[in-house]
Design a protein around this ligand. Structure first.
Ligand SMILES: [Zn+2]
Length: 337
């Protein structure tokens, strides 16, 4: 008989324990991978060099890399293609498209866009619209889909504004409607800034419902009219924000009965955002996500989730907020489907 205190036995037991733990964690990872309940839309081409700019383009790649690191399989990602001009023309003017393609935006149009013009920017904008269209299609199929991009809600038919070249949200909604995939679509815009372009484009269209909760004393100076606008003010914080949100959800889902919800889960209502002052905490933003996504899924409404804005002093904070939105969607999807 061997002595249990024998150093060789202790070593063997330790090795066995390590291998057991490794197998157990692999099993957990396997279960997690198997059960991932929806698709992510992402391309390595979600990148454009903007020079020194507050817009953190690198966030898209950082979100993707974190998801891969935490065990999401590559098969869970779907690669978008640039949108067709035909799709862009559902919302934008031929003249605007031509100006973008030929590099003929006026200095004042570039100033309003607040992005440096380049051929790469144009490619980037076309690709993002393709991504949001694909996200809408995948959401209709799986109940939820997440675009690691999109949400350019300040773009108007004939011009871009505030970092937004094309209104990917309105284009995707119009395309789903045109193809008969939906009768009615709803935009739930929880970015810090009002979704002025989307509201303008979808106003007077009875098949489009726009909800925007935003900071009033912030860009855009002139707000357009959404179907429902909830205007908050600097420093309002979690409590005011969440109680305002609860007044409308699930009420507007039940009344309008959309066939598809576009959720703009902007990270910029966050406390440490460089462009905003709504002062929401991580927990407050998570609860926001839960309310919007869960109330929709309880009613079996498909949700296309778009990242939209986010300009935290530390880019990791912006990335964490977007990842928390994904976690909220994952929890809800596992709970109901
Ligand atoms: Zn914003």
């Amino acid at each position: 008989m061997s002595d249990p205190t024998d150093p060789i036995d202790v070593f063997s037991f330790f090795c066995y324990l390590l291998s057991f733990m490794a197998r157990f964690s692999n099993l957990l990872r396997f279960i997690r991978r198997k059960k991932f309940p929806f698709k992510f839309i992402y391309s390595d081409d979600y990148w454009v060099d903007l020079g020194q700019h507050v817009f953190p383009v690198m966030k898209y790649r950082l979100i993707y890399e974190t998801l891969i690191r935490t065990g999401v399989r590559k098969e869970n990602f779907v690669l978008p293609q640039p949108a067709d001009d035909e799709d862009l023309l559902l919302v934008h003017t031929q003249k605007y498209l031509k100006k973008l393609k030929t590099g003929n935006l006026s200095p004042s149009e570039i100033l309003t866009l607040e992005l440096p013009y380049s051929k790469e920017l144009v490619r980037f904008a076309w690709l993002f619209v393709g991504g949001t269209i694909l996200t809408a299609e995948m959401a209709l199929k799986d109940g939820v889909a997440v675009h690691l991009g999109g949400g350019f809600h300040h773009a108007f038919p004939d011009h871009g504004e505030g970092f937004c070249v094309f209104n990917d949200i309105a284009i995707a909604l119009e395309k789903m409607k045109k193809e008969g995939k939906i009768e009615r679509g709803m935009v739930v815009d929880c970015d810090l800034h009002q979704g002025n372009g989307t509201s303008f484009i979808l106003s007077r269209k009875d098949y489009g419902f726009t909800f925007s909760i935003h900071q009033m004393d912030n860009y855009p100076a002139e707000k357009t009219s959404s179907t429902v606008d909830v205007g908050l003010w600097s420093g309002d914080g979690d409590e005011k924000y969440l109680s305002s949100l609860r007044e409308y959800f699930p009420l507007i889902y039940k009344e309008f009965k959309p066939d598809l919800v576009f959720y703009l889960a902007g990270a910029d209502p966050y406390d440490d955002d460089q462009l905003g002052n709504l002062k929401l905490t991580f927990e407050g933003l998570e609860e926001r996500d839960r309310i919007v996504i869960e109330e929709a899924r309880k009613l079996n409404l498909p949700v296309a989730i778009l990242c939209a804005g986010g300009y935290a002093r530390k880019v990791e904070d912006t990335v964490s907020i977007h990842l928390n939105t994904i976690k909220a969607a994952q929890k809800v999807q596992r709970k109901y489907f």
